[in-house]
Design a protein around this ligand. Structure first.
Ligand code: FMN
Length: 221
């Protein structure tokens, strides 16, 4: 697979086959991603691969916390509290396209909630990889983490695997740290669902759009 195809064919996969991923494949993916750049080569990533019991325990604990109405307390603000254009419209379109793919109507709150809660089940993926960063590190290292996570997603394409990065899986970081025995010195960035895509599923049939190069680029002399 060439680099352009790996980048442009990657999409967020929200339905997976039950097929497991071998440890060898998972190791190979991380062995590729570890070549991601980082400021002064600090390599700030801490990774925990969950599957089987650990993944199930996290999923159950998330759903339980949600059911009890426990307030989410992520380690960082992913989104602004006040949305502004053009981000507001893009976000809206993203949500609408997802509901359309799932045939969920505007007023169907129950189905919308079920779709949101599918995040806590990792969309049925056999693996979820959790990414942490030592809180001692600065904002720059969070940039490194983004590059690392994208590298994992692209490396996974080599093996026919799909993925979905999920900020929603960092809603309850204490649950994840507790189950995975991680010190609270580490901030939870997000989880990444990983698995073989269910190509038949309607939710995997749509693609998000992108703005044109001209819309976000100026050329300085
Ligand atoms: C850090 C990060 C967190 C995300 N969190 C979620 C999430 O919690 N749930 C979800 O369904 N998609 C999530 N997404 C996927 C985005 O919605 C998706 O990347 C975007 O709509 C572009 O679509 P594409 O990935 O299919 O190209 C996240 C993406 C990123 C990069």
């Amino acid at each position: 697979m060439n680099i352009k195809d790996a980048i442009t064919d990657r999409m967020s996969v929200r339905s997976y086959l039950e097929k497991p991923i071998s440890k060898e494949t998972l190791t190979n993916i991380l062995d590729t991603a570890r070549w991601a750049p980082s400021g002064t080569n600090t390599q700030p990533w801490k990774v925990i691969v969950t599957q089987g019991k650990s993944k199930q325990a996290i999923s159950s604990a998330f759903l339980n916390a949600h059911k009890k109405g426990i307030k989410t307390n992520p380690d960082y603000d992913y989104y602004p509290t006040e949305w502004a254009e053009p981000f507001k419209s893009r976000r809206f379109e993203c949500g609408m396209d997802l509901y359309k793919a799932l045939s969920i109507g505007r007023e169907d709150k129950e189905k919308r909630e079920a779709a949101a809660l599918a995040n806590y089940d990792f969309f049925g993926a056999p693996v979820s990889i959790f990414f942490f960063i030592d809180k001692v590190m600065g904002k720059g290292s969070w940039v490194d983490m983004g590059m690392f996570i994208q590298s994992v997603m692209l490396a996974a394409r080599q093996y026919g695997l799909g993925s979905c990065p999920q900020a929603s899986t960092s809603d309850y970081p204490d649950i994840v740290r507790d189950i995975l025995d991680v010190s609270d010195q580490y901030a939870l960035i997000c989880g990444l669902s990983l698995g073989y895509p269910n190509d038949e599923s309607p939710v995997n049939q749509y693609r998000t759009r992108r703005e044109s190069v001209e819309s976000f680029t100026s050329w300085a002399d």
